[in-house]
Design a protein around this ligand. Sequence first.
Ligand code: ADP
Ligand code: MG
Length: 700
Amino acid sequence: MSSTQEKNIPELFGSLVFNDEVMRDKLPKDVYKALKKTISQGTHLELDVANVVAAAMKEWAVEKGATHFTHWFQPMTGITAEKHDSFISPVDGGKIVLEFSGKELVRGEPDASSFPSGGIRATFEARGYTVWDPTSYAFIKDGTLCIPTAFSSYTGEALDKKTPLLRSMDAINKQAKRVLKLFGKDVTRVLTTVGPEQEYFIIDKEAYLQRPDLIYTGRTLLGARPPKGQELEDHYFGALKPQIAAYMAELDEELWKLGILAKTKHNEVAPAQHELAPIFSTTNIAADHNQLTMELMRKVADKHGLACLLHEKPFAGINGSGKHNNWSISTDAGENLLDPGTTPHENAQFLLFLVAVIKAVDDYQDAMRISVASAGNDHRLGANEAPPAVVSIFLGEELDGVLNAIADGTPYNGVERILAHIGAQVLPHFPKDTTDRNRTSPFAFTGNKFEFRMLGSTVSIAEPNIILNTAVAEVLSQFADELESASDFLPALQALVKKTILEHRRIIFNGNGYDDAWLEEAEKRGLSNLKTTPEALAKLLSEKNVALFKKHGVYTGKELESRYEIHLENYSKIINIEALTLSDIISRDIVPAVIAYENELAELLVRKSKLGASEASLERRLLDKVSGLGSALGAKLDVLQDAIVEVSGIEDTAEQANAYRNKVFAAMNELRAIADELELLVPAKLWPLPTYGQILYSVI
Ligand code: ADP
Ligand code: MG
């Protein structure tokens, strides 16, 4: 493919998207208007309008070479699903025409029986519905017109991640508008915005294909540390290798064609690790785009003879990958509600939204932790490279000082006079660079947005944003209730801000999140520290969480229960697959290699003794060492295999997930430790797998 320089990027951008410009161009004026209204206000779309839109979409898609369409959705697998139907429709004379109706656009009926439903859908009622989400543009991928949709059961329960995400956006819209009204603002819609920074590894495809653990589980289940890791800190922001640069260039182009605002790319901390950040967009679009980004990262890598690893922890001892969820709230007129602003009036409004987020995170810290819980992310959180499993908020010194001054009535940098009069005088300016320094914080204020840094690299960003939106909606609703009934707005606001800071500042922590002392301190403050996925999930169905989601119409009790089941089962299944894979690699690759080496050494010793050689201490020592480790390996393999059998028989899902963690996962780690020791003894020519060094430095 020719170089990017020769291409007209603005023309390329969005060329595969049925976006606003195309709609305006292809749709009759009244139809365009009706569709716009549906998009901006969520109004119902009449079938005759949908018919015209569908016909225009099809015409446009066919011009671009598409032959099929699909309802593109995000089931609880965490990835996307699609079933392709062609546009063909038979007519007389054995001919066909290309057709696409409004009905087909608006609603689809995929068989839902093979997607995880956590008990919501019995197999006899397999029908599920996909419903068009017109707020996310249709696009063309691999010759198929993709219609972004939400997926629900016959009885209306959400079977996907998008439905609750859209519901949570509605919830925060409703409550934020109530609050804005108190400031004299009547806005059409309040939206949350997200810019997810995505980390990933790129390795050589040949190396990848020789590692069954990478193929089956996405991470290496064994492997000794290479002589060189990330200690020289020479990879972060380093110059891109040509093969990587070519890969990134094509990835950018493919993303731009789909209207994805890919903006920043660079090498990350670990060898072979990189990052891509888009410019932020509305949350549901950001979620769609992040899914497409991950899909294209893999696809384009394959084309370049590379493999993209999106797992949270592909290599032990080397930094894992996360996703930073930059999040804010803004009006459809573009006012960022987490921007401090420059006038007293803006400051007051900012402070109210700021303390709403602080309270929401404190009140629902467990739900935030749960939203990022996965088997893969358990390797990172609390492991000195990602934030700890304790949720806390970083505000930066200035802002923290201001909040403390408001709460305690103590002076801060001469602003004490202001503090008694929120809404009367201007707050100091908070320079962005003083708010963005602490990289160890799970949830950091970065000038005009919050950055939630606990997300794993593989997961959909939907769930963390569902809880953020809903928890903040809840606090805003409490604030609105209180302030709407106040006779004098400003003093009531003042008192509310002060009370909220006093009650919730335990969640604010500006120090080093990797420090053990912080964990002790956090415990004293009563913050929750949910170390593993099974431990975290146990809190999902607490009365408080169920009440939150029900009140705001985000999840029904049944939907939440189903998610609990799905996540627990998913956790157990992942550990089970990993355990089986490791057991298989050890039995069929590692044990034979160890035996071959023992055999070589034993034969050598026999030959030497036949010759009457006086010195054989090196061979003897090696043979003793390898034999000893080999025996230990065999014993630990038995332990793992027994644990797999025992734990897979446990009926209760929660008990089973815990047992996978405490027995199977623990046995895997012990087994791995011995295999890694053996790797350093067995000759390279006999070792059946590419080493960490060979994988991490496979791209030159
Ligand atoms: P960095 O963290 O590298 O300094 P920025 O903080 O400018 O870069 O941006 C990081 C991410 O945050 C980008 O994806 C950016 O688009 C996103 N971002 C910026 N403003 C907002 C906002 N108001 N809402 C959501 N995300 C935002
Ligand atoms: Mg950032």
